[in-house]
Structures are given as C-alpha cells and as structure tokens.
Design a protein around this ligand. Sequence first.
Ligand code: WT7
Length: 650
Amino acid sequence: MDELNHQVLEEKPVPPPEEFSKKARVGSMAEYERQYQRSLEDPDGYWGEQAKLLDWVEPPKKILEWDLPHAKWFVGGKLNVSYNCLDRHLGKRGDKTAILWEPEEGEPVPISYRELHARVCRFANALRSLGVGAGDPVAVYLPMIPDLAVVLLACARIGAVHSVVFGGFSSVALADRIRDCNAKVLVTADGGYRRGRVVPLKATADQALESCPSVHSVVVVRRTGEPVNWKQGRDLWFHELSDKASADCPAAPFDSEHPLYILYTSGTTGKPKGVQHTSAGYLLQCAWSMQLIFDLREDDIYWCTADIGWVTGHSYIVYGPLANGATVVMYEGAPDHPAKDRFWQIVERHRVSILYTSPTAIRAFMAWGRQWVDKHDLSSLRLIGSVGEPINPAAWKWYSETVGKNRCPIVDTWWQTETGSILISPLPGATPTKPGSATKPMPGIVPRVVDLRGEPAKPGETGYLVIERPWPSMLRTIYGDDERFRREYWGRIPGVYFTGDAAQCDRDGYFWILGRVDDVIKVAGHRLSTMEIESALVSHDAVAEAAVVARPDEVKGEAVVAFVTLRANAKPSRELNEQISEHVATTIGSIARPAEVRFAQALPKTRSGKIMRRLLRELAQKGSVTGDVTSLEDLAVLEQLARTKGIEEG
Ligand code: WT7
C-alpha cells in the first residue's frame, strides 16, 4: 500500500459555473446533502420513489432483501428492460433519433426510436427462431455498429442474457468467455473497421468456435462485405434472419431480478470473472445516474466514446441513455482517423452537448496539441466527463480549459464493471470540484476508506476503498462461481464490498482514487490481469517463467512490463522479444501487448517461492531497486535483473 501514497492535491474546491447551476436538476450542495441524507435515513423510501422512473408491469412489493452478500432489489416487481428503453418512448419520441451512428468512413446514420424498436423486435423474434429463450446466454462479438445495441435490446426483450466480448479480444480470450457461459448462439460480424483497416472478426470467431461445442448458431452481421468462411447449418446472416422475422414482438414482463447480462472482467487470477447483472435495479440506477450526473435534458446530444464491449458502453451508451429517451452518438472508429481532430469534428458536426470520455484519450489529445481542438466549434458542449482510471490534475485542467473552455463542469466518475453504474462523482450543478478527485458519493452510496481490519483511515491517509451498503445496480454474483463472489468482494473485509482500489478521503469528504491494490492493471482504462498476461506468456514455447507488473505511462496511465525467464533451448534475441509480445497480443488481444519484455536469468522470489512483484515493479519504474531485499532468495538474481534490460545488454 505504501507505494500508493501519492500526494493528493489539497486544492480549494471550485464551485460549478453559476449559469449551469441555475438550470441544473440538482443546483446546490444543500440539495445534494438533502437527497443524500434522505437516501441514508430512508433508503426504501428514497429508492421506492426513484423506481418511478421506470415503467413497471407489476410494481415492486419490497424495495430490498439483503442477505449479505446477496441483494434482491425491487422484489416482486416485473418489467421489461427493452420496453423501458424503446416502447415507452414511441408515443412522444417515435421520430426522435435514438442512435446517431458515425461510421469511421461515410455519412452519419440516424436511427429513430421507432426504427430501433422495429429492428429490436425483428431480431428478438430471430433469436427465438434459433431456440433462444429466457435465461439463455447469447455471446456477442461485434464492432461499434448499431446492430450491437439492437442485439443487446433484443436479448433483453425476450429475457435472454447477453455476454458481450470486446471486439479487440483474440480468439483464445473469446473462446474462454464463451465456454464459461455456455452460450448456444454467437452474434458476430464479417468484420469491422479500425483506422480504415478491416478487422476480421468472423475469422477470429471461427477460430474460437473450434473449442466451443456449446455454440450451435452463429449470426453474422454484414459490415465490410469481405469474403468469410461459412459453415452451413451453423452460420446465418443477421439481415436474412431479421428480414424473415416479424416486427411484432410484445415485450414480456420479467422479474426485477431476472438476469440481464454477464460481462467478463479481469480479476486477480488468470480466469476472467463473469460479472452478473440483473434487470430492474441495474436499469434504474443507470437511468437515474444519467439524470443526476449528466443532468440529461430532452434536447441533449450525448456522446460516450467508450466501446459497448465494456461496461461503460453497456450502462452509458445503451441502457442509461435509452431508458431516458436520449439521443446517443455512437462512433465506430479511432480518435485519430482520418486525422487527430476526429472527435472535435464529431462534436461540431452533431452539436454534441455532453461528452463522456477517458483520461487516456484526454492525455493523447494533450500530447497531440490543442490546435486539433481549436480548429472546431465546440460551443455546443455544456458538460464533459471522464471515466475508467484516475485522471491526473494536469489532464483535468487541460480538459477543462481546452475542451470545456472553462465553461463546462467536469464530472470525474468513479465506478466499476461490478458496480454497474457510477457511485462516486460530482453532480455538475452542485458539487465544487477539485482536479483529480471524483469528489462525493451518489445518494444511497456509502464509501469508506479503511485498513484491512475495516478501521477507518484518517483524512488524507491511504486505505482500501470499500462500500458499506448494497445498491441497486451492484453485481449479484460471479457467473458460475458464487464462492469467488463472496471471497473476493465480501470476504476481504467482512461485511463490506471490497472495490480493489486504494483511495484517500480528504478533510472535505472528497474521495481520491489512487489505483488498484490487487494484481489488476489499467492500460488505457482497460482492465487487465497480471496473471492472465503471465499465463499467456508461459504458453509461449520459449518462456519458462513470467512475471508481469505495471509501470506508469504518460498517456495510457499504466503500461505492461513483462519479466521472463527462457527455457534452456531458447536464447534472448530481438526477434524472440517481439515474438513473445506478439504472442500475448494474439492470445489475449492487442490491448494486453507488453510495452516491454525483459529477459532474466531467474525471477526474484521469497523463500516460499512467491515472485516478488514489488521489486520488479520498482525495477520497471525506476530501473533500480532500493526497497527491502532481505527476504530475497537470491540477491544475485535481482542484481542481474537490474543490469539486464530487454536484449540491449543481454
Ligand atoms: C476500475 C474499474 C468504470 C467503468 C469503466 C472501467 C478504475 C474507474 C475511475 C475514476 C479513478 C477509476 C478503478 C476501478 N476507475 N473510474 N473516475 N477514477 N479510477 O470499469 O474496467 O471495471 O474498471 O477502474 O481502478 O476499480 P472497470
């Protein structure tokens, strides 16, 4: 934990722009405090009232059943998630644009609520025709195209459980995730576009499916038109299935706790965790937080730049915005294609009013220079947000000045795949901000910074971030492994939810999230497990042992550094170094590619044989070791490591 004792900035909080506060849904700290107090004193009353944001077929009989660590929210209630995102808007907003899709190349494609509804109904019927019913998992491996949202909502409509795998994952990672949830159907595309190049998704999926016997049908969206292999009897075109299917698909009610989706995320072991979310509580907290944190209005053009393959896209591109009847921009491609001003071109072109992006993107824009931003009229923006990793004060200030023109409040939103929705964030019209702090908890949320015994840390002291009470959008379990759910989230510090993050709470009650305390690293906001990368490394023929640590990176926040020992028959060389990196990229996906692979004669270990990652981390960060080395089995090992960097000297 001592490594995480960063200096926290004790700056004076800056209140939101007056103009913004005047019109905001929550316009003062007094109003925030009132709601917050109410939510703690009378949680049932508070959440019962918020639940009216949704349309219920049967209203809930009880707000919460809490049998630690298992929560049931809105017990006895019935609703349909896709009805709440589509049907109920058709009267007033049928012609309103739901999704404004910006392809990497070509003209934008607006899709109205009416059209989205029809497409969802058709595909829901198509899924049924493949034998998919309530509770059945459907694997999804798609690029950022509107069909992705259609598939999610179609699953929700018939109570099927989607499991989206990010399109950047490799065939091995895809296969692992499909096998874990036993999906019978996979929805993919012939390919996608990234920086003008074709990403051959179908070919990758075909490879994955060789080891996924559960999958009997593969539905393929035609995006690129490139030729693909076709397995008769298994592969079906999305458009052919949809065209054949009826557009009439009444939304059947499902129980509040009916599973909505599984989303895999990296944990402390090599095996990804299938985070299980359910229907009503999840949807409600997404919809509600959209209103409070993004201060959402009927005429907003809202753009979240995440990929739907991650939870940010699930909650804040699909469910949260559509439950509110918002217009969402969805962009297919890269921020620097065809040029480094693509984001600002999109903001100007669509008059985007709310922009939600990541610190990594912001730091990349900083590095590219403000001239790319200044070329464009950003006067439509009224609120800007950040998510995924800590945002350093310098990036925060640049974002505020260069993009927000010191006029737009910034919401630095802290949450996780597991939390389902944002738990710590400023309310833009109320909360005075401090650059680098996610500020205060949302109503209903009780975070604490504690030590391992659960004792509260003093203001400014680093500790573990935990959450004390259940909240509606929290994960319900890890799919197929309830024991791991108990152990990892509720067993570390008994009685509270363990986030895995280190944090400080300052004298004003502001939260500063410092980073992970487990073997999870965040590269460009993507969550990677050191163990998963290590097992990819040792699956290479030449590698005997591997240890992976993170080092700070100016743009991506953290970068992967891999220390490897080679098998007797292998010799260090530049080619082998590159091969090993490439092997990680093909096993997991290019997001996991090490920034550096360092050859070593042996890895430093404790007497009990545990790899001393702390020393390696120090080595990766500073190039030398100054920490305590007394428990090292072999000091020479460490010396050798410190001298040997990559292949240059080795
Ligand atoms: C981890 C969760 C939240 C959706 C996308 C990532 C880090 C996230 C912040 C923030 C500092 C943050 C934490 C957290 N994180 N947002 N605003 N400030 N750190 O979801 O992949 O599940 O990752 O991301 O370390 O635990 P995820």
